[in-house]
Design a protein around this ligand. Structure first.
Ligand code: 5GP
Ligand code: MN
Length: 342
């Protein structure tokens, strides 16, 4: 755990400030929940906090309290730049390095001489003026709860904050099932329910929001699933053509990789998703046990993340990407076979 200059930050926040809060590109439940949860808290403390996101986020997050106040850098560039100009400090949530907001926004952020304050749980964070980094914690939302607690303000947590933070803890832990879910996570979740988070509605808003075409896209993904039992590995490919056929929308493939990991005996699961617009194959990696997909994604696919969940990309064709992936597996055979004991 790294806690850098926290007392100085606390003192700095004793005066009302203009604050910008930023989440990562392609924001997920943890990015949206943590940025908005922190915004609601800072607003309650008398600050003026504005959340900026690099780009759009999935439909199943559009009900979160405060979501209508978020500015998107790709669409509302003027508002974003204005907010940045006005800001005195910039919070970076749920990512570890500036490039995770995308090149355009990164170039803009680098022009500002404001101090940055990082709250994040990804490995190998870059250095910022203020830092609260802990790779053992399941979600940035849980860290925002602890941040508010360290500020001595747990009693300020109201229904809006509780709802935001509950959402990100739930999505980043696969609904409280991953190893990163601890008794402390459950105690915090219990407290968030006591403070107004309606757990049944939150689960339903996030997980029961499928469109018919999204389910069909899932069907297509599952029929593309391939298993390599000798490496305890399974992978899914999804071409742009298949995405178009089922009216793909942002977020539609979220969680699909977990079906590959749900196969009995599989410890390494991957999904390759073609994105013609960006000219890349976007890759999600998941593992069970000791095999680190963070290292794998960093070493071969320009990515990273956590030990058991990471992402990356490739700029060669789908076919070549899958070939490259398959050709790497023999080097990891031993590691994969002992990764997880059932
Ligand atoms: P996902 O597969 O859901 O996109 O990402 C899984 C995890 O890996 C998330 O924690 C995400 O922040 C991280 N991640 C995804 N893509 C990248 C990437 O390109 N670089 C890095 N460093 N982390 C990534
Ligand atoms: Mn997260």
């Amino acid at each position: 755990m790294i806690l850098k200059n926290f007392e100085a930050l606390k003192a700095y926040l004793e005066t009302p400030r203009n604050i910008v809060i930023i989440g990562h590109k392609n924001p997920d439940g943890d990015a949206v929940g943590s940025t908005l949860g922190l915004k609601h808290y800072l607003d309650l403390k008398g600050h003026t906090a504005q959340v900026l996101m690099p780009n759009e986020f999935p439909d199943f997050l559009h009900w979160i309290p405060g979501v209508e106040t978020v500015y998107r850098f790709d669409r509302q560039n003027n508002q974003c730049v204005k907010a940045l100009k006005k800001s005195e400090i910039i919070f970076l949530l749920d990512f570890n390095a500036l490039h995770r907001v995308g090149d355009d926004m990164k170039n803009t952020l680098e022009k500002y001489e404001n101090d940055f304050a990082l709250i994040d749980h990804h490995q190998q964070p870059d250095e910022f003026e203020y830092m609260y980094s802990d790779t053992e914690i399941c979600s940035t939302c849980q860290m925002v709860y602890s941040f508010i607690e360290m500020m001595g303000d747990v009693d300020l947590i109201d229904k809006n904050i509780a709802t935001c933070l509950y959402t990100g803890i739930m999505t980043d832990t696969g609904s409280f099932r991953f190893r990163s879910t601890t008794s402390k996570t459950h105690r915090i979740i219990a407290d968030l329910i006591d403070r107004g988070a309606e757990n049944d509605r939150i689960h339903s808003n996030v997980y029961d929001a499928n469109s018919y075409s999204r389910l069909q896209l899932l069907g297509q993904s599952l029929s593309n699933l391939k298993v390599l039992p000798e490496f305890k590995t399974a992978f899914i490919t999804l071409s742009q053509e298949e995405k178009n056929k089922f009216n793909y929308e942002k977020g539609d493939t979220e969680g699909v990789v977990n079906y590959a990991l749900s196969l009995k005996g599989i410890v390494f699961a991957v999904i390759f998703i073609e994105d013609i617009e960006q000219g890349i194959i976007k890759i999600s990696f998941r593992s069970k046990g000791s095999f680190s997909v963070n290292k794998f994604a960093r070493s071969y696919f320009n990515g990273g993340g956590h030990d058991n969940a990471a992402g990356g990309r490739s700029t060669i064709s789908m076919e070549d990407t899958v070939e490259k992936f398959k050709s790497l597996l023999p080097n990891y055979k031993e590691e994969l076979l002992v990764s997880y004991e059932e």
